[in-house]
Design a binder for this molecule. Structure first.
Ligand code: FAD
Ligand code: DHB
Length: 395
């Protein structure tokens, strides 16, 4: 079997890449270890940057997002019992974000690929990549019936997340990476309740960070800073609501709307950036190349901007064999990744309570929050990064 680009992983990166390549007349096959239902049901990210909204719309998969997504023109920073609104639209010349869950983006992408006879192979196993440093790379895997298959391709796109096989394949020849582990994690919950706020609330409060997000008029998403070793069993409903009320309390008595909690997960917090996003004919995109802590809501958006850069680099190769953009892919993508990594680290440090922080560190953190409350320039820096820095397209 042969294709032009073999794509490993049907997450946001792999599916968007496959769709964008199809629109340029470039063939791909997507291999995914999980079943379609599982891919479409995994609860993860919720916030789409302006550039992601525009791209999904431009490539024709944004119709349901535009209809059902919740456009947010600002966010609330809460500390010391007071709210400080960051007006994204005003501070960035009209840019906003969209709350539209990642699994809904995935449903739209899978539907769009299948509607144009896209080749997505779910429930494969034992995926391995071979001869990536030659011009005849290939992928071997076992299909859902247990038969071994081989796909020969011009290129392989490693979109298989942080636990896939493509990251180790690149590290084998380019072993450098940069990592930082944070001393906190998030307990994420979903509950049946009406929204507590029109906009997301990022709160630095007694006992740690809390975040109020939303999913729909009847389902709400909230996060609480917890210990990285913590387990969901340690968080019965009553404890979660007590903590949320404490961390989110304002001087005028604000409290979240409560309702039955039907999902709880502990999410670790890590920064990771690989030093090269390519090795020979294997290109990494999304979480396979980098991980950001969730505070800045950048992970899904970075996966999309990587594949946008990659898809545009494949076009001149297939048009007239020009390789310059492909050769520069890693450098182009990493420049933006590091800026997003910086913002995610900064926003994480700004809002969490670091175990063991001394008074000096606490006063600095408070001064940083206070600066944001008082300075529209400081708020503009936050807003510009939150709605998403421009994508660096190769020219
Ligand atoms: P993934 O989504 O991980 O997709 C990889 C796919 O590859 C998976 O479907 C996997 O099953 C498959 N796969 C793995 N190994 C193999 C293999 N060997 N062969 C074939 N297939 C394989 N980001 C944001 O931008 N905004 C947010 O608000 C946000 N919130 C988050 C909240 C939570 C709780 C979590 C956990 C993450 C959040 N993120 C957020 C991060 C975001 O979800 C990820 O960055 C994003 O999913 C990365 O997309 P991806 O396509 O690179 O990888
Ligand atoms: C959500 C997740 C985030 O990481 C974030 O910063 C904001 C919102 C969410 O899942 O809704």
């Amino acid at each position: 079997m042969r294709t032009q680009v073999a794509i490993i992983g049907a997450g946001p990166a792999g599916l968007t890449l496959s769709h964008m390549l199809h629109q340029q007349g470039i063939e791909s096959i997507v291999l995914e270890t999980r079943a379609r239902d599982a891919v479409e049901a995994t609860i993860r990210a919720g916030v789409l940057e302006q550039g992601t909204i525009d791209l999904l719309t431009e490539i024709g998969v944004g119709e349901r997002m535009q209809r059902e997504g919740l456009r947010h023109a600002g966010t609330v920073l809460r500390y010391d019992g007071r709210d400080h609104r960051i007006d994204f639209a005003e501070l960035t010349g009209g840019k906003t974000v969209m709350v539209y869950p990642q699994h809904e983006v995935l449903k739209d992408l899978v539907a769009a690929r299948l509607a144009t006879d896209g080749d997505i192979r779910f429930e494969v196993s034992e995926v391995s990549v071979h001869d990536i440093d030659s011009d005849k790379p290939y992928v071997r895997y076992r299909d859902s019936l247990g038969n071994t298959q081989v796909i020969h391709a011009d290129f392989i796109a490693g979109c298989d997340g942080s636990q896939g096989v493509c990251r180790p394949a690149v590290l084998a020849s380019h072993p450098t990476f940069h990592e930082h582990v944070y001393p906190y994690a998030w307990l994420g919950i979903l509950c049946h309740a009406p929204p507590s706020s029109d906009e997301l609330i990022y709160a630095h409060g007694g006992g740690g960070f809390a975040l109020v997000s939303t999913r729909s008029p009847r389902v709400q998403r909230m996060y609480l800073q917890c210990d990285p070793q913590d387990k969901t069993e340690n968080w019965p409903e009553a404890r979660i609501w007590t903590e949320l009320r404490t961390r989110l309390r304002t001087h005028d008595g604000w409290a979240p709307n409560e309702g039955e909690i039907f999902s709880k997960t502990v999410v670790g917090m890590r920064s990771f950036v690989i030093d090269s996003m390519q090795s020979g004919r294997l290109f990494l995109a999304g979480d396979s190349a980098h991980i950001v802590p969730p505070t800045g809501a950048k992970g899904l958006n970075l996966a999309i901007s990587d594949v946008c850069i990659l898809a545009r680099a494949f076009i001149p190769f297939y048009k007239d064999s020009t390789r310059t953009l492909l050769d520069n892919y890693s450098a182009t993508a990493l420049a933006r990744v590091w800026r997003a990594q910086r913002f995610s680290w900064w926003m994480t440090s700004l809002l969490h309570t670091a175990p063991g922080a001394d008074q000096f560190q606490k006063r600095l953190q408070y001064a940083e929050l206070d600066y944001l409350a008082r300075s529209s320039s400081a708020r503009a820096v936050l807003a510009e990064n939150y709605v998403g820095l421009p994508m660096d397209f190769p020219v």
